[in-house]
Design a protein around this ligand. Structure first.
Ligand SMILES: [Zn+2]
Ligand SMILES: [Zn+2]
Length: 360
């Protein structure tokens, strides 16, 4: 099957700090071992917002990395994928053979650190464009979508994978009590996935609507993250034993301090939202050494969890559709990003969607 492709397309080009422009750019060319995907949906992710708001990378770039769409062209040596396949994409895929990969530290692998999906310019994901080129080393990250699942669900595979990776780092057993600080889209994913594993989740957030949602996603108890007696409440809920673990889904340092005192000896505090280098805070090293409390972090996805993430999303045991509150057309990507950057009580996951296929 072949389709006639346009020569140019619309893309949201990052031209500098908070400067996104709709531009007409060439449809990417692909090599023998690559594929071209027509984008149908792309999630707005906090890591892209950070790059756009803070200018941490040089322009021009086309961002957007939580992408799902339809394959419209394949290179001559590509097997197992066809034109017309509906797919979800992963823009980082590890080599699986280097020293880091052998240690399961995929996010530190040099191949993984390369972004293998682009709509032009320096590769940056490209999902805020009509077409993306998927490079050869990212083909193992292409996941076919079952017919009953939507592109929106497909675009959630990458964020779900990052959350699963975080959970796999926690040494938990059934009925453990775990704090999830922050009940935004990522926090809600943690709440649901932890509760599916038989964990009793205590969720905190400052926004009452989000606390209610946390309950709907399976939280065992909900608390106001700003309550002055938060620590006492956590001790009471754990019968003074302390939390088995805490996941910090907000980039708030006091939440880390609080969690460190609320976890039990040998418990773990997992950082998930402190994604900016240079953030420092005092740590009582005796708490780490004598009390054996672990302070750890998790970033990005784990290739070996791709199947598990897909199974959870496609079976709807983890129904990600409940998380998607807003969709914007490509032309309004800046509005989508602005809303995701300053969420309202009613907004959770924001998606940029392209309803009308250009071809196929
Ligand atoms: Zn993301
Ligand atoms: Zn590697």
């Amino acid at each position: 099957m072949s389709v006639s492709l346009p020569k140019t397309m619309s893309a949201v080009v990052y031209r500098g700090v908070n400067d996104l422009r709709i531009e007409t750019v060439p449809v990417p060319q692909i090599g023998r071992s690559e594929i071209l995907v027509q984008v149908a949906a792309c999630g707005v992710c906090p890591t892209d917002i950070k790059k756009i708001n803070k200018g941490t990378q040089s322009p021009p770039r086309i961002y957007g990395h939580e992408t799902a769409g339809t394959i419209v062209k394949i290179g001559s040596s590509v097997r197992q994928l066809c034109v017309g396949d509906r797919v979800g994409l992963h823009h980082h895929v590890p080599c699986m053979s280097c020293h880091f990969c052998r240690h399961h530290a995929f996010a530190q692998c040099q191949t993984y650190k390369r972004t293998g999906i682009t709509a032009g310019f320096e590769p940056a994901g490209g999902g805020y464009a009509q077409f993306v080129r998927v490079m050869d080393f990212c083909l193992p990250g292409v996941v076919k979508l079952p017919a009953r699942n939507s592109f929106l669900e497909g675009a959630m595979l990458e964020p779900v994978n990052t959350v699963l990776k975080g959970i796999h780092q926690l040494p938990l057993i059934k009925d453990d009590i775990v704090l999830v600080a922050g009940a935004g889209p990522i926090g809600l994913l943690f709440i649901r996935l932890l509760s599916l594993r038989g964990i009793q989740v205590v969720a905190t957030d400052l926004i009452p609507e989000r606390r209610r949602l946390a309950r709907r996603f399976g939280a065992w108890r909900i608390l106001d993250g700003a309550a002055p007696d938060l620590n006492e409440s956590l001790q009471r809920l754990t019968r003074n034993q302390g939390l088995d673990a805490a996941v910090i889904c907000v980039p708030v340092d006091t939440a880390v301090t609080q969690a460190q005192s609320a976890v039990r000896g040998g418990g773990t505090v997992l950082l998930f939202a402190h994604t900016v280098h240079g953030t420092t805070m005092p740590v009582d090293l005796g708490v780490i050494c004598v009390d054996e409390k672990k302070l750890t972090g998790s970033y990005s996805s784990d290739f070996t969890l791709q199947r598990e993430a897909a199974r959870l999303v496609f079976s709807r045991r983890l129904d990600v559709r409940q998380l998607i509150t807003h969709t914007f057309p490509l032309q309004q990507t800046d509005e989508a990003i602005a809303l995701a950057a300053t969420p309202t009580p009613k907004s959770l996951k924001i998606m940029v969607v392209q309803e009308k296929p250009v071809c196929v």
